[in-house]
Design a protein around this ligand. Structure first.
Ligand code: COA
Length: 179
């Protein structure tokens, strides 16, 4: 089943399954900023590298350009090394998606640095609750999210599932956090 998923992902999204080679030094200082359209090719590489491994859902270039204003990136030595996005779902709910940090920069707090500002952003927008669908339960727990039954989330969130290969064999875990 996993093999089928990977083949389907590769055929339809033609993702770059090779890890982007960085010029940024692993010890370089990192800044968090809003994404720009010029970042999209690197977002595509990082997200789809992990998607091809089954760690997260793939994104097309089209989706990334459409949603680039939702993204924050981590930049080191002028290069994007991580990302996270906040998608507004409804009046009282937004989703934390596409959280990815290049392996050379993991374990340095970048995931936290990318996500924590999204709490303030949600608050400023008047959105009380964030959710995520993830396999990284430990990471999101450290950021204050808690597991909930998937069906507790509103139907609106399942629209992405119509184009997802996992569909009714979804292994992702629903987590929520009040902000
Ligand atoms: C998940 C991911 C974004 C974490 O990024 P990171 O920069 O390494 O995470 P951080 O260093 O900011 O870790 C933040 C906290 O989470 C903890 N944490 C990180 N990964 C964890 C894991 N897999 N299990 C348990 N805890 C974890 C850290 O120990 C840290 O705890 P602390 O701040 O309380 O000491 C990164 O591993 C990644 O890109 N994974 C592949 C893509 C993916 O699976 N994304 C999630 C899609 S929903």
């Amino acid at each position: 089943m996993e093999t089928t998923y990977r083949i389907m992902t590769t055929l339809l999204y033609q993702p770059p399954v090779v890890l982007p080679r960085l010029h940024a030094r692993p010890g370089a200082e990192v800044a968090i900023r809003n994404a720009r359209v010029g970042d999209v090719p690197r977002l595509y590489e990082i997200i789809n590298y992990y998607a091809a491994r089954g760690d997260m859902l793939p994104k097309t270039m089209d989706q990334l350009y459409n949603r680039v204003r939702n993204f924050r990136v981590a930049e080191a030595d002028g290069e994007v090394v991580g990302c996270a996005a906040l998608h507004i779902t409804w009046a009282d709910l937004a989703e934390v998606v596409s959280v990815a940090v290049h392996p050379d920069f993991q374990g340095r707090g970048l995931g936290r640095l990318l996500i924590e500002p999204l709490f303030d952003e949600a608050r400023a927008l008047g959105i009380p609750t964030l959710f995520t669908l993830t396999l990284q339960v430990g990471f999101f727990s450290r950021l204050g999210f808690r597991e909930v039954p998937k069906l507790r989330l509103p139907h609106k969130i399942w629209q992405d599932c119509t184009t997802c290969f996992k569909q009714d064999r979804c292994d992702e875990i629903a987590m929520v956090r009040e902000v």
